[in-house]
Structure formats: C-alpha cells, structure tokens
Design a protein around this ligand. Structure first.
Ligand SMILES: [Zn+2]
Length: 368
C-alpha cells in the first residue's frame, strides 16, 4: 500500500472513482518538460506529498489513474534532479514565470460557485495579459499558457525563453510593476527649474506608454470632473479647460502645481483601475508548485483547463470546464439556487436530479 492509499482509505468518496475513470480514459495531459518537473499531489489538502517525478507522459497518466489524488501540481521550475531533497540539491535549470489570480470566498456569495467572483478574476486576467504581458512586457500570445485554476481563479504560465533565468528579485519587480503598489507621484511627475518661481511640473505626455499613459488618462478624466480642488483653480479650469488639457498632453503639468494632494488622489485612482492584484509569492518563488493544466481540481471536480484568449473572454466554468456527462440524483440538506451550464437551477431540500458535474461540485464542496 502506498502512502497515498492510506489517506484515500479515509477520504475516498465516489467522486474519486469518477476522477479515476477520467484519468483512465483517452484524455491527454501534456506536461511541458515532464522529466525535469517536480510533482506534488494532495488528498486532504492541496499538497500532501511532493518531490515526485515522472520520466514519461505515460508513467504520469498511469499514476493518475492508479492513485487518483484530488490535487496534482508540478514545479514552475525545471530541475536536473527533480526527485532529490532538499530543494538546493535538485539543481534549478530554468523556471517559467507564473501569475496566480484568485478570488477569496466571501460571505453572502454563492458557496457552491460564485460566477461574479470568477468573472471579476477573469477580467483581471484579461487585463494582465493584454495590458502588461503583451503590451508592456512585449511578450507574444504564443509565449503564454492561460489556464482556469479549476476553482475560483486563473493561472498564466509564461514559457518564453527570455523569462526562464529571471531571479526571484526580478520576478518580484515584475509583480510590483503589475500591482502598481510601489508607484509614487514623484516617480511620475518631476519638478524642473531653478527656484520656486521658475519651477515647472513635468509629467507624462501623450507619447508615453504603460503606467505613465494610464496616469495621464486618469488626470485627463479628472480635469473633466474635478474634485477636492481649490475654488480659484476650479474657476480657472472652467475657463481654460482646453488649454490645460493641451499642456498636459504635452507633458506640462503646471496646472497641478501646489495641488500635490490631488495628484496623489489621481494616482490612487490609476492604481485602483489599472493595477492587477496577483498572489505575489507564486510569482517570485521559483520553488513553487502549480496545478497541472488538464487535471481535475479536488474542491470542484472542474478541469484546470487551458484557454485561448478568445475562449477566456466568454469562459464559464460550469459550462466549459466540466468533464462528467449525464445526470444523477443527490439529496440536499438545504435549498440552493445556481446558474449551471447556462441553466438557472432552483434546487430544493431533499432529492434533486442534477447534472453529474454539479453533483461532483457539491460533493467536493461538502454541500451534500
Ligand atoms: Zn463572489
């Protein structure tokens, strides 16, 4: 009996039989550089055992159909000896750059599956990919693997050669850039000139990109709808709006001279609307494990599904990440309303016939 069997004997539920069938079917789970990855598997938590390795795809899939863990993760790094302990002896060769976007469970939200939370995280993922990875970092779509996490969020794996050797500190800088947390007004607007009278404020112009462009856009929006501004300045702005806008677009931010607290508010608004919150340790820790794309998530039974940008834009996990077909009967201890696979379901206390994938979700969640 293996170590995993031990835990399975305590925790094995029917849905694990369905997981087993799924892994034993013809499904192809392709792991990039499989022989150089460390694997971790979990039964009663995300990871119970790590430092595992597989030399071939076939060996890995046989393990999944034989042992059927609830969670399967692999290292973001590639190692010379992925099975060796401690970490230092594995010898890191390269590491993908990973971004983890998640939503936290909140009271009052649907406990089975909250479409609102996943949709918000989906929007953030699109922003991360389009505004930061593709536009600001200059990566191309073929460098990225976008994956539904299988639960409430999304993972973006950057596999470009240019990121493979980045240090942990460099990865941290990329996260700081994406969240915008380290930005200050002084980074964006500088004082030029000698003495007070000659001082001019020099800021982003229309030709800038990235955060500077976002800050300029936010400032332009502010000029059309100002608040917290001295009466005198507000009147001046009313009379000279076109001039102020023109100067600002050319990098002359003198209008805000003496109103630094307004610039701070504009910066906060910029960060709030443009920044993307990612789980930073996942990005900078090159020894992390991340869910294997194409495997099932033990808290939902959903597939950790790789997605194209097009499929991400209208992705619905309850329709697009389900793998179990057919219907089954479940007994609910309380009523439940949920949109599942485009259908608005109103389930009542007691026996209900539901899609098998929904039955798995509710079982995994401990709701039946
Ligand atoms: Zn929610």
């Amino acid at each position: 009996m293996t170590e995993i069997d031990d835990l399975n004997n305590v925790n094995r539920l029917n849905y694990l039989q369905l997981f087993k069938k799924f892994y034993a079917s013809n499904v192809q789970i392709n792991v990039d550089s499989i022989g150089q990855r460390e694997f971790g598997v979990g039964i009663d938590k995300k990871i119970n055992f790590r430092h595992k390795s597989f030399s071939t795809q076939r060996e890995f899939q046989q393990f999944l159909s034989n042992e059927t863990p609830r969670f399967v993760s692999h290292s973001v790094g590639r190692f010379e000896f992925p099975w060796v302990q401690p970490m230092e002896k594995k010898t890191l060769l390269s590491a993908d750059l990973i971004f983890d976007l998640d939503s936290k469970p909140e009271e009052g939200h649907n406990q089975a599956f909250c479409h609102n939370c996943v949709d918000k995280t989906r929007g953030d993922t699109i922003k991360l990919v389009e505004d930061f990875l593709l536009r600001d970092f200059g990566l191309s779509q073929s460098d990225l693997l976008i994956v539904f996490s299988g639960s409430k969020g999304f993972h973006v794996h950057v596999r470009a050669a240019s990121v493979q050797q980045l240090s942990s500190a460099s990865r941290r800088l990329l996260v700081d850039y994406i969240t915008g947390h380290e930005l200050t007004v002084d980074n964006l607007v500088t004082k030029r000139g000698i003495g007070n009278r000659a001082t001019t404020l020099h800021g982003p112009s229309e030709s800038t990109t990235g955060w500077r462009a976002e800050f300029l856009n936010c400032a332009l929006a502010y000029l059309n709808n100002p608040f917290e501004l001295q009466k005198k300045k507000e009147n001046y702005l009313k009379a000279h709006l076109a001039d102020v806008v023109h100067l600002l677009k050319n990098g002359n931010w003198d209008f805000f001279h003496g109103s630094e607290e307004v610039l701070q508010l504009i910066l906060e608004k910029t960060i709030q609307t443009h920044g993307v919150q990612v789980d930073s340790p996942v990005t900078f820790d090159v020894h992390r494990l991340i869910r294997v794309p194409g495997t099932l998530h033990g808290d939902t039974g959903f597939l950790a599904k790789p997605l194209s940008m097009a499929s991400l834009s209208n992705f619905d996990a309850t329709r697009d990440a389900t793998v179990f077909k057919g219907k089954t009967k479940i007994t609910l201890p309380s009523s439940l309303a949920l949109k599942f696979d485009n259908e608005s379901l109103e389930l009542l206390i007691g026996e209900n016939e539901v899609p098998l994938s929904l039955a798995v979700l509710l079982t995994c969640r401990g709701m039946v």
